[in-house]
Design a protein around this ligand. Structure first.
Ligand SMILES: Nc1nc2c(ncn2[C@@H]2O[C@H](COP(=O)(O)OP(=O)(O)O)[C@@H](O)[C@H]2O)c(=O)[nH]1
Ligand SMILES: [Mg+2]
Length: 364
C-alpha cells in the first residue's frame, strides 16, 4: 500500500488533491486539525492499494470501459468517508467565534441541508473576512449568471440532466421568453431524446405552434444533419436524453459527435435529489466549457440547501429557477436576491412577496 500525507488550509482542497494525485481509489486513513502560527491547518493521510491491474493503467481508465472495475463502489465509499471526515471536523466550528447573526444564519443553513463540507467552508470564509456578512460570503460561494443574451451568447445550448427533471419544459420556456424579447429570432430545437414518445410529441407540438425549427437526432449522422440544418438559427437547443446508470455526459457527447461543438451546457437539476444521489449525478454529468445549473421543481421542494452544495461542488453558476409545471410564468432567470430569498425565506420566485427588490438579511 502506498501511503501519503497531505496538509493544507482546507480539507476540501486536500481531498481534491488526494483525488487528483492518487485517484478515486485512495482511502482516507487518518486526519487531524491543528494550529500553526495561529492558522487552522488540516492534515489528511491517504493510502492506495496498488494491485497489478491498476498499476498498469492510468487512474480512472480501463480498456474498453469508461470506469475501472468496482469504481462505483469505491466512489460510494469515498463519498461516505468524505462526509465522515467533515462530520469529524464539525466540532472545529467554534460557534462562539462568530457574531450572533452569523451563527443564526449558519445554523439555519445546516438545518436547510447544506453539507458539512460547505458549513466548514463558510465558517472559514467568515473567519477570514471579519465583519463581512453571511450573504457576502455566500455570494462568493454561489455564482449566478442569469439566463439571457447578455450572459449566454452561445448559439448552441445542450440541456442535460436526468429524465423527468424538466429539460424539455425549461428549453421551451427559455425559447418562448427569448421570442417574446425578439419576435424575429430564429430558434431551433434538436430533439436528441426522440426515442421517447410522450416528451417527443410535446416538444414537436410546441415547436410547431411557436414556429421553432424542429429536428430530431438519435445518432451522430442525424445530429450532424440537424446541426447543419439549424446553422442559420440564432439559438439552438439540443435536448439531450437522460443517461443510464453508468453513462456519462462526455461519453454521450462523444458518441453524438458533439465533443468539439462550441456550446453551453445547462444541467437541469432538482433539489428533490440530495446527498449520494446528487453526487452521483454530478460526477456523471460533468462537462467541459461554459455551463450552468438550472434548478427545477422548486415548488415541490421543502428545503434548498442543495443549491449551495451543488454550487460549491461544481463551481457552476445558477442560470434559471423553475417553480411550476406550466410553460408560462414558472421560470425565472436567476438573480442573487431570488436565490437567497428562496434559501433563507423559502419564497419562490413567483411569490408576490418574493418579487420585492431587496436582498434578504439572514439572521435578521
Ligand atoms: N412542479 C413542477 N413540475 C415541473 C417543473 N419543471 C418541469 N416540470 C414537469 O415535469 C415533467 C417532466 O418535464 P420534462 O421537461 O418532460 O422533463 P425531461 O424528461 O427532463 O425533459 C413535466 O410534466 C413538466 O411539466 C417544475 O419546476 N415544477
Ligand atoms: Mg424531455
Amino acid at each position: 500500500m502506498q501511503v501519503r500525507t497531505f496538509t493544507g488550509a482546507s480539507s476540501q482542497e486536500i481531498l481534491a488533491r488526494i483525488k487528483a494525485e492518487m485517484g478515486p481509489e485512495a482511502v482516507i486513513i487518518g486526519n487531524r486539525t491543528f494550529k500553526k502560527n495561529g492558522e487552522i491547518c488540516h492534515e489528511i493521510t491517504a493510502g492506495i492499494d496498488r494491485n497489478p491491474v491498476s498499476a498498469q493503467q492510468p487512474v480512472g481508465t480501463m480498456p474498453g470501459d469508461g470506469m475501472p472495475s468496482g469504481w462505483s463502489d469505491w466512489h460510494k465509499d469515498w463519498l461516505q468517508i468524505k462526509e465522515q471526515i467533515f462530520a469529524l471536523m464539525k466540532p472545529a466550528i467554534q460557534m462562539d467565534r462568530l457574531t450572533p447573526r452569523q451563527r443564526v444564519a449558519l445554523e439555519y443553513l445546516q438545518r436547510e441541508g447544506i453539507s458539512d463540507a460547505v458549513a466548514v467552508d463558510l465558517y472559514k470564509h467568515l473567519l477570514a473576512q471579519p465583519g463581512s456578512s453571511v450573504l457576502e460570503c455566500l455570494c462568493g460561494m454561489v455564482p449566478v449568471q442569469g439566463w439571457g443574451a447578455g450572459g449566454w451568447p452561445q448559439r448552441w445550448h445542450i440541456m442535460a440532466g436526468p429524465f423527468g427533471n424538466g429539460k424539455t419544459t425549461t428549453a421551451l420556456r427559455y425559447a418562448l421568453q427569448w421570442r417574446q424579447r425578439d419576435p424575429d429570432a430564429r430558434i431551433a430545437f434538436i430533439n436528441a431524446d426522440c426515442l421517447r414518445g410522450n416528451g417527443r410529441l410535446v416538444l414537436r407540438h410546441w415547436a410547431e405552434l411557436s414556429d421553432f425549427l424542429y429536428l430530431e437526432a438519435s445518432d451522430p449522422a442525424s445530429m450532424e444533419k440537424a446541426l447543419r440544418a439549424s446553422r442559420e438559427a440564432a439559438l439552438v437547443f439540443i435536448d439531450a436524453p437522460g443517461l443510464g446508470r453508468h453513462g456519462t455526459l462526455s461519453e454521450w457527447r462523444a458518441s453524438m459527435g458533439l465533443t468539439k461543438l462550441k456550446c453551453a451546457t445547462h444541467l437541469v437539476l432538482t433539489p428533490l435529489l440530495s446527498g449520494v444521489q446528487m453526487d452521483h449525478f454530478l460526477e456523471r454529468y460533468r462537462t467541459e466549457g461554459p455551463a450552468s445549473i438550472i434548478w427545477t421543481h422548486l415548488d415541490e421542494a421543502a428545503s434548498y440547501g442543495s443549491l449551495v452544495n451543488v454550487a460549491c461542488a461544481t463551481g457552476l453558476p445558477v442560470s434559471g429557477l423553475s417553480y411550476g409545471s406550466e410553460l408560462k410564468e414558472s421560470l425565472a432567470s436567476a438573480t442573487e436576491p431570488l436565490i437567497w430569498r428562496l434559501i433563507f425565506k423559502r419564497q419562490l420566485p413567483g411569490d408576490p412577496a418574493g418579487i420585492a427588490t431587496s436582498t434578504p438579511q439572514p439572521g435578521a
